[in-house]
Design a protein around this ligand. Structure first.
Ligand code: ZN
Length: 409
């Protein structure tokens, strides 16, 4: 055997041992995954979505069109600057994260930075940027940082991690439905080794592109997503399947950001009891988003329920069971108190906020605080110029921020 071949063999054996060592008995899916960086683009040239089999015949696509909601986020081609670690002022309030999710249209039609400063909101997630990671993004992040506001990016990312366009050449990458048919509707086959490698590579590119200033990353599964029922995946629940993905993504993020934290979302079909088969890796934090609750009753009211959805008691039991595994101090609640998209049925024109019940809100945050939770974010999308012009009153935003700011246990 030649010397070079011996070295390659030794490296392969080492890689196998390393991978096996990093597995737990609970995580058989991990045996398929290795942390190769072979497909990373050293030039930082964007997210890897080109299929190797397709490189000779690239998809003509539609270069003149605006990207749709399912298209992968494309960062600007320019090389990102080395991120500077902001120096945040000392904050001794109980709720450390007092956040809101907005749209780009909201922040350009309403001075959200000035508004946030009046009521202690200190974290924005802004959806629908013209380009994530580009000059507009960096300029806005810098402006927020100067004003003491952290920026992160909370969104559904299943179709960014494994773009739907790969279905043509690799249907095996995608989820199998209950009838044994591969479908490209949502999410993907989480135990497929090639899928796991692409998830890792694309998470590196995406994470670098939008680098949050609070080190908190969000790679949620596709909205109202379903799980893969293939022979290898079907043993895992919805929440377990996405935890397999998150364990890969946190590795990818920590390859360039050693403080990276990644959300594990309890929401809709992943509002389940904790996994018995998959353990979260260090750096994964719990996120609780009770979209199917009622807002005219506190989340602490165990028997309250909306229609045939789960009761508040079931949701909070899921939360409490997860808090036996995930630290409460890093856990985040993502609420809908100020979600005008929800109030509007997710269709324009905007309608008046419908989930804002001030006394229920106070009961809710006291309940979350009683569980040790110190990070609260609400959707606030479509609170922008159009909302202000239509209804003239956004006092509820200040009441939300001040409620968190002034809360004491
Ligand atoms: Zn599968």
């Amino acid at each position: 055997m030649k010397r070079a071949e011996s070295i390659i063999l030794l490296l392969a054996v080492f890689t196998l041992l390393f991978t096996a060592n990093s597995c737990t008995e609970k995580d058989p899916a991990w045996l398929a995954y290795h942390k190769s960086t072979a497909r990373q683009d050293a030039g930082g040239g964007g997210i890897i979505i080109v299929d190797e089999d397709d490189e000779q015949n690239p998809d003509p696509g539609s270069p003149g069109e605006e990207p749709g909601p399912d298209d992968p986020v494309q960062p600007d081609p320019q090389e990102p600057d080395e991120p500077q670690e902001p120096e945040w002022p000392v904050d001794n309030h109980w709720f450390q994260t007092r956040g809101i999710i907005l749209t780009w249209e909201d922040v350009v039609t309403l001075d959200w930075i000035a508004l946030a400063k009046t009521c202690g909101i200190n974290t924005f997630s802004v959806n629908g940027f013209p380009s994530i990671g580009g000059k507009t993004w960096k300029d806005y992040v810098a402006k927020c940082t100067q004003n003491g506001i952290r920026i992160c990016y909370e969104d559904h990312m299943g179709s960014q991690l494994i773009p739907r366009s790969l279905f043509k050449t690799h249907p095996e990458y995608f989820r199998m439905n209950e009838n044994g048919v591969r479908v490209d509707d949502v999410n993907f086959c989480v135990t497929n080794p090639e899928v796991q490698q692409r998830v890792y590579d694309n998470a590196v590119e995406l994470g670098k592109a939008y680098a949050p200033t609070n080190h908190r990353y969000y790679f949620w599964g596709d909205d109202f997503g379903k799980k893969c029922h293939c022979p290898n995946c079907k043993q895992y629940t919805d929440v377990e399947q996405w935890l397999i993905v998150e364990n890969i993504v946190i590795d990818a993020l920590r390859s360039f950001d050693d403080k990276a934290m990644l959300a594990h979302l309890l929401y809709d079909n992943t509002m389940q009891y904790p996994s018995t088969k998959v353990s979260p890796k260090e750096g994964i934090f719990l996120q609780f988003a009770p979209i199917n609750r009622r807002w005219d009753y506190s989340i602490a009211n165990a028997s309250a329920r909306k229609g045939n959805y789960q009761t508040h008691g079931y949701m909070t039991d899921c939360l409490k069971e997860h808090l036996k595994i995930f630290p409460a101090e890093t856990a985040e609640v993502l609420e809908y108190w100020l979600d005008v998209t929800m109030s509007s049925g997710w269709k324009k024109p905007v309608k008046k906020i419908a989930q804002w019940y001030p006394s229920v809100y106070q009961q809710d945050i006291a309940y979350y605080a009683s569980l040790g939770i110190r990070n609260i974010v609400t959707y606030g999308m479509w609170i922008g110029g159009e909302y202000l012009n239509s209804f003239g009153d956004i006092q509820f935003v200040k009441d939300y921020g001040n409620g968190l700011l002034n809360y004491t246990k």
